[in-house]
Design a protein around this ligand. Sequence first.
Ligand SMILES: [Zn+2]
Length: 216
Amino acid sequence: MNADLLKSFIERAAGRAIDLTITENSTSMLSMKHTPKGDISLRVHRMFLDASPEVLDEIADFVKHRKKKTPLIREYIRKNHHSSSPEKRRRAAITPLGKYHNLRHIYDALNEEYFNGQIAVEITWGRNPGKSVYRKRRLGSCDSAASLIRIHPALDKSTVPRYLVEYVVYHEMLHAALGIKVKNGRRSIHGREFKLRERLFRDFDRAANFLKHKKI
Ligand SMILES: [Zn+2]
């Protein structure tokens, strides 16, 4: 099931509109809060995209009545918490140690500094795409289904400063933290909150400037 479908299923069962965010955050699988405007903001882990209608009904009840007992949800989290990583992730080689930059160190430090250590995804250098010609390189990507951040190997150079690699990793971690917001049936990837939080990165201006003037 995709995020749009999940949103409309819960909305229909709960009888009200919700603001849904799909997260990778393994410390909070399901949380709800009322916004100052009186809307309901619901954050659910992506594992619930595969939940049965019975589990989703319980989520809808939770939204509707804030009921305390949620046995189906608890059982579902217990069962899927560790198996939530698809096979794909296990098969893919995870190689965070580059020639010049250690992505694991960078990720761990950023996780502590900006995310309270709450991001739980893997990080790896991507495979070298060879000599293909591309207009614009995608320096990073966050594959939610596989809980994996891939960083373009072009950044593993002595001429690329650490703060630039940190910036690209931070950007992808922010995707993992915020999930994909679904608003009026549209997926918002770099929404307002994303842009504001992206600027909290200490070397944001330096990194943006580097990317503007230097070719990678
Ligand atoms: Zn992005």
